[in-house]
Design a protein around this ligand. Structure first.
Ligand code: C5P
Length: 238
């Protein structure tokens, strides 16, 4: 089956989203990522609207709270019909289990339970910051792998990670463990503030399960053309 790159809808409001989506044919069903910026402005309305239009949604809210709160929040998010949601692995195994439980409880009968993935160490965190701020004394890679193993133990489907970490994470968990990777740039594209980027074809050969692409599509002169090209590369058709 053809795989769709997940488009990061990093916009400030519903009007900007509508303007962007209008550049795609309505028959093209997309997989989009909605993060905190948009969700905290629009609330669940934008999620419901996109799903009603036939698009799939990764709701990137990175929950991190006490298990009971996360469980109840996930119950509500599952009822929206999203495809993927996430939590911070730093919240602990018990919190991740509670998140999963909430999703199971909140998924309407007959619907698919959203995939649940964990953020390990944020890619904005350097090893020095991790040592100083979190008092974690192992290497950054070791901490990332440890968190991935905790996520696996808690029954989660996978993690958000750099494409460059996929092989190590799969080796430490299992080959089916979902690795959702941002930091994707087609060859020759602007890198922006991303530091370690991988192109879509490379992400495929490395074993990423999903790729997240923002600006190379949202800021393109012709977003639909840019999307189709990235989709082809991601599916190994170029
Ligand atoms: O525009 P760009 O392709 O860099 O957007 C990538 C998206 O993935 C953004 O929404 C960014 O916040 C998100 N992300 C990331 N790196 C992570 C986790 C999320 O770039 N480690």
């Amino acid at each position: 089956m053809e795989k769709r790159p997940i488009i990061a809808l990093d916009f400030a409001n519903q009007a900007e989203v509508a303007q962007f989506m209008a550049q795609f044919p309505t028959t093209e069903k997309l997989f989009v990522k909605i993060g905190m910026e948009l969700f905290y402005q629009t609330g669940p309305a934008i999620v419901k609207e996109l799903i009603a239009q036939g698009h799939a949604v990764f709701l990137d809210l990175k929950l991190h709270d006490i298990p009971n709160t996360v469980q109840k929040a996930m119950r509500g998010l599952a009822s929206l019909g999203v495809s993927i949601v996430n939590v911070h692995a730093a919240g602990g195994i018990e919190m991740m289990q509670a998140a999963k439980k909430g999703l199971v409880e909140g998924t309407p009968t007959g619907k698919k339970i959203p995939q649940l993935i964990a953020v390990t160490q944020l890619t904005s965190t350097s090893e020095a910051q991790m040592h100083a701020d979190q008092l974690i004394e192992v290497s950054l890679t070791k901490s990332v792998i440890h968190y991935a193993q905790c996520a696996k133990k808690a029954g989660l489907d996978g993690v958000v990670c750099s494409a460059l970490e996929v092989a190590q994470i799969k080796a430490a968990t299992d080959t089916d463990f979902v690795c959702l990777t941002p930091g994707i740039r087609p060859l020759g594209a602007e890198v922006g503030d991303q530091k370690r980027v991988v192109d879509p074809a490379k992400a495929r050969t490395i074993g990423s399960t999903y790729i997240v692409v923002g600006r190379p599509i949202t800021q393109a002169a012709e977003p639909y053309q840019a999307y189709l090209k990235i989709k082809q590369e991601w599916n190994g058709e170029q």
